[in-house]
Design a protein around this ligand. Structure first.
Ligand SMILES: [Cu+2]
Length: 372
């Protein structure tokens, strides 16, 4: 009898908790209301089955409890009941799976007027690419990746020249316009998930995955990586800013195209633009995946005001972050570990010029030290 009461409390408690729990879905900001409907169908079916099975157990416990003089009855089979159970289970499973298939097929078939945008994942950040005036994303391949071309756009593809590559971690999109997201990864499995859009897809090295959505309201939403992609997975996030169409157009107009940035890179080879070369190197080598340049904390120490500052090492001693220290930290990261940070940085070797450029960039991020 106690067991029956406990079961009843669990059933009632679960149902009440489902409706009162504080982890409700985030507010919907895309047209994917069908995903919410699908979730509710799943909750409804599994909920009804859970309640029915639990109540059956409660009835069985009470009705068939041990009583003096009563003997158990044995029923070897019951065809009618078995057909009922098979039929109901089949209907339940079909009802659970079918809506998902319908929505998923919709999810991967964008309307013809969808704007293509690329999200590029790497340990541990996102970059974005817009197709430019021709509306077509140019060809890209991992083989073309270099410090001037971190997304590996094909310099011989004319469609790539007007593409706009964004490194500042914010994806800007116009409201009420269908967007087809094309996803690539440079290194390992990553994910792209915006909870308010209900939109989520893995980024798989070696292939382009895609899905689409229409943002339905302006605002700022978080992008999260949903695959455990290494030590700084927790820090792999970015933002989507949804804005009015004319605001978006004006912003896009101002951005440098891939062709322009390649031309600028050729001109940068002059030694006085060491800082620009260093910045691109830090981008391309993924340094800024772990070292922020705005003072925020990531897996490694920020580079903002690092140069010339006093650094406390893991053994309690202090050093001044001068050039020899930075050089050693890059080439032999384990030897002078900063206190409070995990020993996870791999050793890097740069040639003389690249090292000079990288150090110049780090130097430029310190106050009063040759700020650009
Ligand atoms: Cu990731």
């Amino acid at each position: 009898m106690i067991l029956a009461i406990v079961l009843l409390i669990i059933v009632v408690g679960s149902v009440v908790f489902h409706f009162l729990n504080p982890w409700m879905l985030t507010e919907l900001a895309s047209h994917w209301g069908s995903m919410d409907a699908m979730l509710h169908i799943s909750f409804l079916i599994t909920g009804v089955v859970f309640v029915a099975v639990s109540l059956f157990m409660v009835v069985a416990i009470i009705r068939y409890r041990h009583r003096e003089g009563q003997r158990a009855r044995f029923q070897p089979d019951n065809r009618k009941l078995e057909w009922w159970l098979i039929g109901a289970t089949t209907a339940g499973i079909v009802a659970l799976l079918a809506p998902g298939l319908v929505v998923y097929s919709d999810f991967t078939r964008p309307p013809s007027n969808a704007m293509e945008v690329e999200a590029f994942g790497e340990q541990w950040r996102y970059s974005y690419r817009y197709p430019g005036e021709d509306g077509v994303l140019g060809y890209a391949d991992i083989r073309h990746i270099s410090s001037d071309n971190p997304l590996g756009l094909d310099p011989s593809d004319p469609m790539a020249m007007d593409d706009v590559v964004i490194h500042d971690d914010v994806l800007r999109l116009p409201v009420d316009r269908p967007v087809r997201m094309m996803l690539r990864s440079k290194d390992v499995l990553h994910g792209f998930f915006v909870p308010q859009f209900r939109a989520k897809m893995d980024m798989v090295p070696g292939m382009v995955t895609h899905f689409w959505f229409t943002p339905t309201r302006t605002g700022r939403f978080e992008v999260l990586c949903t695959q455990h992609c290494g030590i700084a997975h927790y820090n792999m996030r970015s933002h989507v800013v949804v804005m009015e169409q004319d605001e978006f157009d004006a912003w896009l107009q101002e951005q440098e195209t891939f062709g322009e940035s390649m031309a600028a890179a050729d001109n940068d080879e002059a030694p006085d633009d060491l800082v620009a070369v260093g910045r691109r190197l830090a981008n391309a080598e993924g340094c800024i995946g772990c070292h922020s340049v705005d003072g925020s904390r990531r897996v490694g120490p920020t580079w903002l005001n690092l140069y010339g500052s006093e650094v406390t090492l893991a053994d309690g001693s202090t050093v001044i972050a001068d050039e020899p220290y930075l050089r050693q930290s890059i080439e032999e990261p384990g030897t002078q570990l900063t206190a409070g940070y995990p020993p996870v940085m791999p050793a890097y070797s740069f040639d003389r010029d690249d090292m000079e450029a990288l150090l110049a960039y780090i130097r430029s991020l310190s106050e009063g030290a040759g700020q650009e």
